[in-house]
Design a protein around this ligand. Structure first.
Ligand code: TRP
Length: 335
């Protein structure tokens, strides 16, 4: 059976190493599976649920698309598209909204985090965010959804909405989308503080490796990354209490596609003065081509727009019939 895979990323961020290792790298792998049909979208409708810069939105959308392609998602094979260019997402969202219970939405931890103390003033869009996410998935009748831990609760809601629709209308229409957690997602931490997640919002650019950094910048950031004075131990357990050391070993392992235990086997007893250059070489080798390709794509807006126009068309072609069928199932006037 064909796996229908859908995932999305919001155009809110400058993408960094954490996004690549935690998401994009897996998306590329999924694309290579036989019988996989992949849809990867820039989730711009989600991005406007919180305050954002109007002048940057389109550019950020192109940047995410460029990162998808630079990371290895092949637009000939997978659909790369923009959420707001496919009306079916919003249409299905409305239908599903009639079935989504407010009480359940109130329990979504991401809503609670983002709305903060002032939930009464939060916009309906932020509240309904998980319903839109369900529509994103179900409008392609996707069966597999690669997501991070933080999105699992939303995915659970998508599953419930799929069954509510099916039960309420007596139709076996929407499949139950499964979360795909491809291996343990490495927790990539700040290069300056191993207890903080690598994040686009951290003040200093030296805390993260951006997917737009050139090879020299990547090398410089790794060389300046915080470490400690001890050599690398033989066992992973012995990195407890050494968050910066653990982080660099984690990054090495993820880039080399090895276990951290194996990395320690090769580097045990060595100082960071030896480990860091090896990490620089590896990072430049693996990331350099991606960041260079990204830069190249970003300098040719017309090329990205062409790819997105094609992807949007293909996504619309798939979503359209599902919307028509869902409307029919719900008994709407066959306009
Ligand atoms: N909400 C997801 C995030 O912030 C992005 C997203 C939007 C998504 N729609 C989706 C992910 C559908 C998977 C499926 O990471």
């Amino acid at each position: 059976m064909t796996k229908r895979i859908l995932s999305g990323m919001q155009p809110t961020s400058q993408l960094h190493l954490g996004n690549y290792l935690g998401a994009l790298k897996n998306w590329v792998k999924l694309q290579e599976e036989p019988d996989a049909h992949c849809l990867y979208m820039v989730a711009d409708l989600h991005a406007v649920t919180v305050p954002y810069e109007k002048k940057d939105l389109a550019a950020a959308t192109r940047e995410i698309a460029a990162a998808f392609i630079a990371a290895g998602i092949n637009p000939e094979k997978s659909h790369i598209f923009v959420q707001s260019s496919v009306p079916g997402h919003s249409q299905l969202m409305w239908m599903l909204a009639t079935m989504a219970q407010m009480g359940k939405l109130e329990r979504m931890t991401q809503f609670k985090d983002k709305a903060g103390k002032n939930a009464e003033r939060a916009g309906l869009g932020l509240f309904a965010y998980p319903v839109l996410m369900a529509a994103d998935i179900l409008v392609y009748r996707a069966t597999h959804v690669p997501v991070g831990e933080d999105q699992k609760q939303h995915l659970e809601l998508s599953r419930e909405l799929a069954s509510t629709f099916n039960t309420r209308y007596g139709a076996d229409f929407f499949p139950q989308p499964e979360p795909v957690i491809t291996g343990p997602a490495p927790r990539v931490m700040s290069l300056r503080d191993g207890t903080q997640k690598m994040s686009k919002s951290a003040e200093s650019d030296m805390t993260r490796i951006n997917l737009t950094d050139d090879a020299d910048t990547i090398a410089k950031k790794i060389k300046k990354a915080k470490t400690d004075a001890d050599p690398l131990p033989e066992k992973l357990d012995d990195l407890t209490g050494r968050p910066e050391a653990l982080n660099l070993v984690t990054i090495y392992a993820a880039l080399a596609e090895k276990s951290r235990e194996d990395v320690l086997k090769s580097f045990k007893g060595q100082q960071f003065s030896a480990f860091k250059p090896a990490l620089v070489d590896l990072a430049v080798d693996k990331l350099g081509p991606i960041t260079a390709r990204m830069k190249d794509l970003m300098s040719d807006q017309a090329q990205i727009d062409k790819i997105l126009a094609k992807g949007n068309e293909k996504a619309n072609d798939e979503a359209g019939p599902v919307i028509r069928e869902a409307m029919k199932i719900m008994g709407f006037f066959p306009g």
